[in-house]
Write a protein that binds this ligand. Structure first.
Ligand SMILES: *Cc1c(COP(=O)(O)O)cnc(C)c1O
Ligand SMILES: [Zn+2]
Length: 461
């Protein structure tokens, strides 16, 4: 195999075998990339090459929206790759959402990753991560998660029987749709009396002590799978590069992998231009925004100012600032893939913005009303696009793709609280997140069980 692992720090540049299970560079502690000796591999001459696989849908690896791009993530032999039919996702033009965002019709597209088997984009990465786990002979895999990674890991292990899964979650904060998946798919679910950061710390200890394969966000193989989200966006646009990709930012794995995808496509001569990248934080979990826009932190050729980051986190701890947003999937204050995200922003001439929970939940209602139910975190992309159009950073006619990262039913409480009677059902679930109005609410109408009254209500409408 012409694949290896490489430290992202150019002053180190350590390289390691594909069969090594590492979470960070053993020399300097930086993040690792999966890299390839492209000149020794059969690389397609154009992206249209991949169209030949459209006719092979009875082959599970060609059906997979991840593995039908195997030539661009060739770290394991195709027949060893784990698949549960991930990546059957769609890109759709949505003029109603374009109008909400302030854009011309025909210029806004939604990439609906909620259609994955476990309901979030995480399945793209899990297909690749589980493949590496099998490659190194793991018997058990574990992760800590705000919910979707656990759901995805549990699903892959449940279907493929490659490994047993253990998922660590904090108490209280996980959305029920996600917790129910981990339980239903049969993962050993450890609910720590603590928060996500506590769960994260413990899972690392446990995996070290018991030799369990860790599938958390540091795992560079997961990011290989997530590159294919961009390949499918290009595929749906007939291999034309859009002007902007807008994505919510939590642990920053997705934005990092998108950047890596474009770096590689450009290097291989498969695209001639690169889209701009917009990463959107929730205002209640805005470390990237503060570091990038407030502190001027940059990739800087790989020489990232780590002293600045350390000082920032020290200050955050001193002020006891905790991540807090209705968008639980991005409720993270110490994004593990920060440096890789800076690289993506650098290569894609990117911008970072933050949006409030009010902006997120209103955007979510507009996305839902126009046919693409999503969970709150996903709506940060559309709310962010709206903000960038208002600022004049994104042009009304520029082609924008917003990534909808997770399915609507992941977090039904947020939806019902917005549309229905929050106080009654949820004890001010919206209010604690600073959400004051529900401008696009579609409230249920309560009527007596009486035909005339029901007819009256319907005539009024
Ligand atoms: C994981 C997740 C995110 C955040 O993605 P990162 O790669 O951690 O930045 C956003 N939305 C949903 C639905 C997720 O599951
Ligand atoms: Zn290193």
């Amino acid at each position: 195999m012409f694949a290896f692992q490489r430290c992202v720090n150019p002053d180190c540049g350590g390289t390691f075998g594909i069969d090594e299970v590492l979470h960070r560079c053993p020399h300097c502690g930086s993040l690792l990339d999966v890299d390839y000796e492209w000149d020794k591999l059969a690389v397609p001459k154009s992206l249209a090459y991949f169209e030949r696989y459209w006719a092979e849908r009875s082959n599970p690896w060609r059906f997979s929206g991840v593995w039908r791009f195997h030539e661009l993530l060739p770290f394991a032999p195709l027949e060893k790759c784990a698949t549960v039919g991930e990546g059957q996702t769609i890109l759709q033009r949505n003029d109603a959402v374009a109008s909400f965002v302030g854009k011309d019709s025909g210029s806004l597209f939604l990439q609906y990753e909620g259609l994955n088997p476990s309901g979030s984009f995480k399945d793209n990465g899990m297909a690749a991560g589980a493949t590496h786990g099998r490659l190194v002979g793991a018997k058990q895999a574990a992760c800590a998660s705000t919910g979707n990674t656990s759901a995805s890991l549990a699903l892959y292990c449940g279907v493929t029987k490659l490994m047993k899964s253990v998922v660590f979650v904090g108490s209280g904060k996980i959305a029920y749709g996600k917790l129910s998946q981990a339980l239903d798919y049969g993962a050993r679910t450890i609910q720590i009396r603590g928060d996500f950061d506590d769960a994260m710390a413990r899972v690392q200890e446990v995996s070290r002590k018991m030799g369990i394969y860790l599938l958390n966000s540091l795992n560079p193989f997961r990011l290989e799978g997530q590159k294919t989200i961009m390949f499918r966006v290009l595929e749906a646009l007939r291999w034309e590069v859009p002007d902007w990709i807008v994505v919510p930012g939590g642990n920053l794995g997705n934005s990092s992998s998108f950047g890596k995808a474009f770096i590689e496509l450009k290097k291989l001569g498969l695209i001639d231009r690169v889209p701009r990248l917009a990463v959107i934080n929730a205002a209640g979990a805005d470390s990237l925004d503060r570091l990038y826009n407030g502190e001027g932190l940059r990739w800087n050729g790989g020489r990232v100012d780590h002293a600045k980051i350390d000082a920032f986190y020290a200050q955050m701890d001193a002020e006891n600032r905790r991540a807090d947003t209705i968008a639980s999937a991005i409720e993270i204050n110490r994004p593990v893939n920060l440096t890789k995200c800076l690289r993506a922003l650098d290569f894609c001439n990117g911008v970072v913005r933050k949006v409030t929970d009010q902006e997120i939940i209103d955007a979510k209602a507009q996305i839902g009303a126009n046919g693409f139910g999503c969970e709150p975190a996903s709506a940060a992309s559309v709310a962010g696009a709206k903000k960038l159009v208002e600022e004049g950073v994104v042009g009304r006619d520029e082609r924008v793709v917003c990534i909808l990262t997770g399915y609507q039913l992941k977090d039904p409480n947020a939806t019902v609280a917005y549309h229905g009677d929050d106080q009654k059902f949820f004890g001010d679930y919206l209010g604690v997140h600073g959400i004051k109005t529900a401008r696009y609410a579609n409230a249920p109408v309560v009527v007596d069980n009486d035909i005339d009254k029901i007819l009256d209500v319907l005539r009024d409408a």
